[in-house]
Ligand binder design. Structure first.
Ligand SMILES: Cc1cc2nc3c(=O)[nH]c(=O)nc-3n(C[C@H](O)[C@H](O)[C@H](O)COP(=O)(O)OP(=O)(O)OC[C@H]3O[C@@H](n4cnc5c(N)ncnc54)[C@H](O)[C@@H]3O)c2cc1C
Length: 508
């Protein structure tokens, strides 16, 4: 029998790392505090309506497929996907009657961009050209590899590549060089919010996120995102792995700077290796109790680090289908997006917020009762460390009515408040209590430059053997495809230490 690996957490990264290691011959046991797989890729079910809890937008589908292909499976049997076109619809709240459909077909996209601002068309292609070059550098040399030693980064070849990323520029400043029209610029640069950082603070290379959509598309998995979580759980079990739910791990056992297992339900469970998918800052503070093993990540340092924003979500079961609304993904921008972004990261109560609406039932009618739609509404908000206001009934009521009143101005949603039959909401407090997201920061550590790449927590614990981390707060960062890469790096790091296999990260 192979050596035993305990994985703490069945989030995307935990499941993917567990599958890789089980496939490689290890005997893997996952301990998950919740009762379902997926972590933030969870599902909420109420009155016959099924909602994805967190992630909804599928980008870089090849990374989703990779985990199934690795194990000799046909991904289409597990996560059948369809490309969305248009990818999403954008509404500006001052002109709700004039939405823009964003296609990944360049011919259609060109028409839309010309409609918004013809003079910015050339700049748009220059932006794509520039960011594509940087993406290729990041893809081949940075985001698919670990930085376990400082010389992995501080060497001439790597520094030359890092310089090509031109990381000192912010996303907003970078976009301003190419695009003058404020609406168009916002439509592209706001997407740094997908990883929880403002475009005014984000290193410019994260403007590669919209580029990935424009060039490689946005996809929908039948059944919604949760199908990915269920299918990874299924694959893991088919490979012989064990998954235990409702098991909140209390401690990672460490002896003589080596992880030896975990404590769960007051019992010691031993293992040869521990892989922790619980959010890195939470885990370092609460699960790693051995001070030497914490290394530089003392409790004080964890509190000083910068955290991504959080989200307020409404999941509404509606009494009808919205034929007037054709698409799956919708962004509703407030005309004062700049103030909105400032308020999110300054901790102010939001007055003119932008938000996102996802209607998965447009693609898969089995997610709702016959003839009905379900609306998932996400509003980026401050994390719990930053918010200068409490998350109480009043805040929820205010944000809910702001969202519904804004939506009422959109054709089709005029009577939305009278059409709700089921209603659930999630606040930053839930992200903290349900998934142990530190400060309720839904995307983990904020990807400012000082917390990116080699400066982000790495997979292999620096000061403890046989202990590894995976997930959003570790390198390369947040977002489903990116944490799938984190899981790949983690599995490779463990296999490297255990079996001496050397992976080629030269990016040739
Ligand atoms: C609202 C929202 C929308 C998003 N939208 C998108 C999107 O459209 N596209 C996209 O690509 N990404 C999106 N993301 C980001 C993406 O969902 C995350 O980056 C990714 O799912 C994180 O996976 P993870 O494995 O790192 O962490 P998690 O999902 O947080 O998994 C960690 C797991 O560890 C468990 N755990 C914690 N502590 C313990 C303990 N002590 N014992 C046992 N188990 C424990 C937790 O319960 C959880 O299951 C979104 C996220 C959110 C919240």
């Amino acid at each position: 029998m192979g050596k035993k690996v305990i994985v703490i957490g069945a989030g995307v990264a935990g499941l993917a790392a567990a599958i890789r290691l089980q496939h490689d011959g290890y005997q893997v046991e996952i301990y998950e505090k919740e009762s379902l797989p997926g972590g933030k890729m969870n599902r909420i079910e109420t009155g016959g309506y099924k909602f994805d809890l967190g992630p909804t937008i599928v980008m870089m589908p090849e990374l989703y497929r990779e985990i199934f292909e690795l194990c000799g499976r046909n991904p289409d049997d597990y996560i059948p996907m369809e490309r969305l076109d248009p990818m999403y619809r954008v509404y500006y709240s001052d002109i709700p009657e004039e939405p823009f459909d964003i296609s990944s077909d360049l011919v259609e996209l060109a028409k839309t961009i010309e409609r918004i601002s013809e003079e910015d068309m050339e700049g748009f292609f220059l932006y794509l050209n520039e960011i594509y070059k940087r993406f290729m550098v990041a893809k081949n040399s940075i985001i698919q590899r670990p930085f376990r030693k400082s010389r992995d980064f501080y060497n001439v070849a790597m520094l030359k590549k890092a310089l090509k990323l031109k990381t000192l520029d912010t996303a907003d400043h970078f976009m301003s060089k190419y695009i003058k029209n404020e609406r168009l610029k916002q439509m592209i640069s706001f997407q740094t919010l997908y990883i929880g950082i403002s475009p005014f603070k984000s290193p410019s290379f994260y403007t590669m996120i919209p580029m990935l959509q424009f060039l490689y598309g946005v996809w929908f998995i039948k059944g919604g995102m949760y199908t990915m979580a269920q299918s990874m759980e299924k694959l893991f079990k088919e490979l012989g792995g064990t998954i235990l739910y409702n098991k909140s791990v209390q401690e990672i056992c460490i002896q003589n700077r080596k992880a030896t297992g975990i404590i769960v339900d007051g019992q010691n469970v031993s293992a040869d290796f521990v892989v922790c998918n619980a959010d890195f800052p939470y885990a370092m503070k609460n699960l790693v109790k051995d001070h030497t093993a914490k290394g530089k990540y003392t409790d004080k340092k964890i509190d000083k680090m910068k955290y991504s924003c959080s989200c307020f979500l409404l999941y509404l079961g509606m009494n009808r289908k919205y034929e007037e609304i054709e698409h799956v993904h919708h962004f509703i921008f407030n005309e004062d997006l700049r103030k909105n972004l400032h308020d999110i990261f300054a901790g102010n109560k939001l007055t003119n917020a932008s938000f996102y609406v996802y209607i998965a039932s447009k693609m898969d009618a089995s997610l709702t009762p016959d003839g009905k739609d379900g609306l998932y509404i996400l509003m980026p908000v401050s994390n719990l460390a930053t918010a200068k206001y409490p998350w109480n009934e009043e805040t929820i009521r205010e944000y809910r009515s702001y969202i519904l009143n804004t939506l009422k101005k959109i054709r089709g949603f005029e009577h939305i408040d009278q059409e709700i039959v089921t209603e659930t909401c999630i606040t930053p407090l839930d992200f903290e209590s349900k998934f142990n997201a530190y400060n309720g920061a839904t995307f983990g550590l904020m990807p400012v430059l000082a917390q990116s790449n080699h400066m982000r927590p790495q997979s292999k614990a620096k000061d403890c053997e046989q202990l590894y981390f995976t997930g959003s707060s570790t390198h390369p960062g947040a977002g489903v495809p990116i944490v799938l890469l984190s899981a790949r790096i983690t599995a490779q790091e463990l296999i490297h230490d255990d079996q001496g296999i050397v992976y080629d990260y030269s990016g040739k």
